[in-house]
Design a protein around this ligand. Structure first.
Ligand SMILES: Cc1cc2nc3c(=O)[nH]c(=O)nc-3n(C[C@H](O)[C@H](O)[C@H](O)COP(=O)(O)O)c2cc1C
Length: 188
């Protein structure tokens, strides 16, 4: 039985969208390993942009003072071993919903990056075009790599693939298995 906890951030506006389907496969792998899952469908949450007030980096250190639904996500991340972010590719990068979440991590990691550097990270991306270059997924991948390198958190796996209609990714059994296995790995 695993005592690991995974937080999953779903950055698609489509609850049964392709990136969510892959995230669910990952969650199943983790659950089958006994892990606890806490999931956030951020399309339905009130998450504001970072407003650069810098309250989070002033002394004495406060967490983000914006009073919105990120206040539910911060404590979940604090107690998690892994954080998984799933997003569709929109205009050659991650979705706007996902980017809002990433910007707000500032309140958790600054000024000394301590609060996330022990987490393991999983990334899931889906796109309509044929590969990571033509779709622009490569831009999101590089952005996540830079972000988590800066934070000092290890990216354990990046799962990405092509699909358009809702749920179409399910036919890609190879990718579904890869997501499931990443869930197992993150919960081991
Ligand atoms: C506003 C919008 C922008 C998109 N931009 C891209 C893009 O730049 N590259 C791409 O390959 N697919 C693009 N797509 C297609 C989605 O990435 C694709 O349908 C993906 O599987 C959606 O994931 P989801 O089902 O998890 O929402 C776009 C779709 C929308 C609605």
């Amino acid at each position: 039985m695993s005592s690991k906890k995974l937080v999953i951030i779903k950055g698609s506006p489509r609850k049964s969208g392709n990136s969510c389907v892959l995230a669910d496969s990952l969650a199943k792998g983790a659950k089958d390993n006994g892990a606890e899952i806490e999931e956030f469908f951020i399309q339905k949450m009130n998450i504001n942009p970072c407003n650069a007030c810098n309250a989070c980096i002033k002394k004495p250190k406060k967490e983000c003072i914006i009073d919105d639904d990120m206040q539910q996500i911060y404590p979940a991340i604090r107690t998690a071993n892994s954080v998984v972010i799933s997003s569709p590719i929109y205009w050659f990068n991650m979705s706007a919903q996902t980017k809002l979440f990433i910007d707000r991590l500032y309140g958790l990691v600054e000024p000394n990056k301590q609060l996330m550097k022990d987490k393991r990270i999983g990334i899931i991306l889906t796109y309509g075009d044929v590969d990571q270059v033509s779709s622009g997924a490569i831009n999101a991948i590089n952005s996540f790599k830079d972000t988590f390198k800066y934070i000092g958190a290890e990216i354990a796996g990046i799962i990405h693939g092509s699909a358009s209609a809702i749920g179409e990714i399910e036919k890609n059994t190879d990718l579904m298995t890869k997501a499931y296995n990443l869930g197992k790995e993150l919960s081991s």
